[in-house]
Design a protein around this ligand. Structure first.
Ligand code: NAD
Length: 374
């Protein structure tokens, strides 16, 4: 059983799918591991470390041949359509493979007779927690969001009593208290800020409070859908939420937005009118900028300075900005999923396992639908 890890080719992608620390688990399970030279260099994992951990380094000129002969290909971003076409029939790929945006890649995977797994589709059940890459990467993004906000802000986060006077703490408001939002709250709290948060799911209130933050109750109807996720709001509900949130936003020095609804563009939570009332020097971090933006005017990968002196930082490839730990957690997620498919030293794809069933997007020459959603 041969695994190949190609170098990530997407612009801005600094993560790597496998880190040296996890290699021993794979070699013990009977895998030979080949890594393209330089694949881990941006994540703090050089070729030497991989070799010491038992991997074979493949020079880039030979990467095509390694790809074509591998049984399992592990990556962060989806393989390109030409890469999928070059794989052998029956090969397994595991990566992010957004079923909504990577349709050309998925068609190529199906046509090549590859079993392609999408980490976005791993079900959020207890048994799959160790394979949940959406969670591990959202954790990195939430942490980064608070640090970026602290870095851009002209203010201290904590309360400081100094001989020159008292510094009052920053007010941080977090909208969306899922995995990323809770980690942003925890990080801002560790820096000493006064934090409050809002989410459409009332079940997040206790989690927010347990982080030492205040949960804002707007007394609006809850919007909780299947699997503990939020649903889309009606325009009427969205307008009311914006109206009720405005006074909280105008009192905040830092606004971090993380709201998402699976399979939909990010909900627009904050308009220009709302942030115009924020104090000059305030900072907005929009983690949803790449999927449409929670904040009017945010642009992925850019910092916009508004007329009112508010900086809006639009997130782009945010987990990749913490490449060491994002890769470390991601590779553990991958290995845990892959090891589910190893039985007696051989690969065995068992579709009666609900995790395998849900996450496999193509198999046997066709795009497949999970039994659970049939
Ligand atoms: P997500 O990235 O889809 O959304 C982020 C947050 O935005 C969510 O909390 C959502 O409620 C919120 N949101 C959506 N629309 C909003 C709006 N209009 N206004 C304000 N907030 C809005 O979610 P996520 O972070 O991936 O996690 C969502 C849920 O899944 C949470 O309940 C989390 O605890 C749960 N979860 C469970 C597992 C597991 O059991 N294995 C793993 C991870 C997450």
């Amino acid at each position: 059983m041969k695994i190949f890890v190609p170098r990530e080719i997407a612009a801005g992608e600094k993560r790597v799918a496998l880190v040296p620390d996890v290699l021993s688990k794979l070699t013990r399970a009977g895998f030979e591991v080949e890594i393209e030279s330089g694949a881990g260099v941006n994540a703090g994992a050089g070729d030497k470390e991989f070799v010491s951990a038992g991997a074979v380094i493949v020079e880039s000129e030979q990467a095509g041949a390694a790809l074509a002969s591998a049984d399992v290909i592990l990556s962060v971003q989806p393989l390109s359509a030409p890469q999928f076409k070059s794989l052998k029939v029956g090969a397994i790929t595991i990566s992010f493979l957004s079923p909504t945006t990577a349709s050309e890649n998925i068609e190529a995977a199906a046509a090549a007779g590859v079993t392609a797994f999408s980490l976005e589709l791993v079900p959020r059940i207890s048994r799959a927690q160790s394979m949940d890459a959406l969670t591990s990467q959202a954790l990195c993004a939430g942490y980064r969001a608070a640090l970026v906000a602290a870095e851009l802000s002209p203010r201290f986060f904590p309360l400081l009593m100094t001989a020159a006077g008292t510094v009052t703490p920053a007010n941080v408001l977090v909208l969306g208290a899922g995995v990323a939002g809770l980690q942003a709250i925890a990080t801002a709290r560790r820096l000493g800020a006064v934090v409050s948060a809002y989410d459409v799911r009332p079940s997040s209130a206790d989690e927010v409070r347990s982080m030492g933050a205040t949960f804002i109750d707007l007394q609006l109807e809850a919007i909780e859908g299947a699997g503990g996720y939020a649903r889309e709001m009606s325009e009427e509900r969205a307008a009311k939420q914006r109206e009720l949130l405005t006074p909280y936003i105008s009192k905040s020095h830092i606004l971090i937005t993380t709201a998402a609804v699976p399979g939909k563009p990010a909900p627009r939570l904050v308009t220009k009118e709302m942030y115009s009332a924020m104090p000059e020097g305030s900072v907005i971090v929009d983690l949803a900028a790449e999927s449409g933006g929670n904040v009017e005017g945010s642009k992925p990968g850019e910092i916009i300075l508004t007329e009112g002196g508010v900086r809006i930082w639009g997130g782009k490839d945010v987990p990749s900005q913490l490449p060491f730990h994002a890769s470390s957690l991601y590779s553990r997620n991958l290995v845990n999923l892959l090891l589910l498919m190893v039985k007696d030293g051989a690969l065995n794809i068992d579709f009666s396992d609900e995790i395998i069933d849900a996450a496999a997007v193509t198999h046997g020459g066709a795009r497949r639908t999970a039994k659970a959603s049939k």
